[in-house]
Design a protein around this ligand. Sequence first.
Ligand SMILES: [Fe+2]
Length: 567
Amino acid sequence: MDIVRRMNILGISYNYHDAAACLVRDGVPIAAAEEERFTRRKHDSRFPEQAIKYCLAEGGMEPSELECVVFYEKPAQKLERLLQIGKAFMPASAADVAKKFPKIVKEGLRVSHQLRQRVDFDGKVYFCEHHMSHAASAFFASPFDDAAVLTVDGVGEWSTCTQFVGHGQRLEKLREIHYPDSLGLLYSTLTAFLGFQVNDDEYKVMGLAAYGQPRFKPQIEEFITLFEDGGFALNLAYFSYMYDSHAMYAEAMTELLGPPRRRDEPIDQRHRDIAASLQAVTQDAMVGLARSCRKITGQRNLCLAGGLAYNCVANSQVVGRCGFDQVFIQPAAGDNGAALGAALWAYHEVYNMPRGHRGYHTLLGPQFTDEEILLSLDKFGLKSVRLSDDELCRRTARLVYENLIIGWFQGRMEFGPRALGNRSIIANPCSPDMKDILNNRVKLREDFRPFAPAVVAEAAATYFELDGPSPFMLLAPRVRPERAAQIPSVTHIDGTARVQTVSREQNPLFYRLLECFGEVSGVPMVINTSFNIRGEPIVCSPADAVMCFLGTDIDFLVIGNFLVSKA
Ligand SMILES: [Fe+2]
């Protein structure tokens, strides 16, 4: 009898933001999760001990059975950058260097030690370059044999933006732009300027942009020069993040844009216009980069990753304007997905294993049995009825149609920041008041932020100007003008919507729910927003879901096959 030896590789990312772990078996991602989901601390950047333990348990294996662990960046190079930049901006940078230095030395340079101490792993550890991790997370998870690959974020070791070409199991780096020139840090700096949280609220700035006019575009273009060849450079006179990661912008920026917004200050039209201007320049930059990828690689397919790839408005421009036939965007585009990329990189590039797996999906997190679900319901004294799949979808669709808000908890948790139908709050997209109701009663978030629709894939083109699938909610096409009045709660002020297309193969139960809602309403679509409240990570376990349900005005909880009411 042949004994088939499995190759298990664990990728990890931590020590910056969104710590995560991912287990890849024979080239196939079989488990992945962010640490925040377990610790319940949003964007938890600490060593992902619980995420690693989850991945190993899901894989049914001991740490000693891992072929290797791969860290998502090279801490020694990061340290070198900190010291070199610190030296260049002394003495202003002294406090920043003093703060970051021990963190990198203590955490980043002691990955093997941490693995030994915390999860009892004593084997091989590899280090993959930060942007290679991002690139691998997109290309090796994509359906393409050949593609151009673009990664754009704040900063890795030195690189802030990298262009690759991928062929089969190989990724070749063609060009990179180095810190301190950074499109991600431009976006983050303006995020700070507008009184939002850096590394967290960039998507709020994107939402706000739709309410403004880009009348500050000439000023933003003072901050960044876009070159003909797709490259860019920042005018550092306007920035201070090189030596002060707290403030991020220099006085010169205030002179051009007016006073920055304090966190507690109301948002006015100037703030909206600054957001719109930043978004417009960012889109120009992303389009320029993607077009240059097309030109230098000659490839017809593009893969995208890095924090900027969460900017679904810019993504739609890239899809529509850069000459690619197909675009794959890694749904865990930030440093969480870099854990996945690091593991895939090792499998293909270190162990020289061929591509094989296709059909990446995000349902890589924990799932729970009926017994575990019932235990949580009992603990909180909640009554439930157990329904068949079909009855569950029919009843839920009817409740959504009656404008009730439903917590929808099914199967495996999503990996990445978007809930895609397994840890979702769902509501009626046709009700004009639903956006405000959801914001006020459940999500407790800013009223300018749009809600996203999940629609059956076959009907997507009926409602949206969308040519292909958008399974990960990473594109923001226009709502067809004649349909906008029908789905007011998911149509953003600028006439777009951040669409998730759902196919039967991808998520049969969620698909069935959308179908059932279509049967009662005529519109096979629901509002799909993540199952959490402001400031908290998406729910992971049944207990998290029950607590969120009880702590908010969510009307019903559908958890597994159980329909739960508060009465
Ligand atoms: Fe990154």
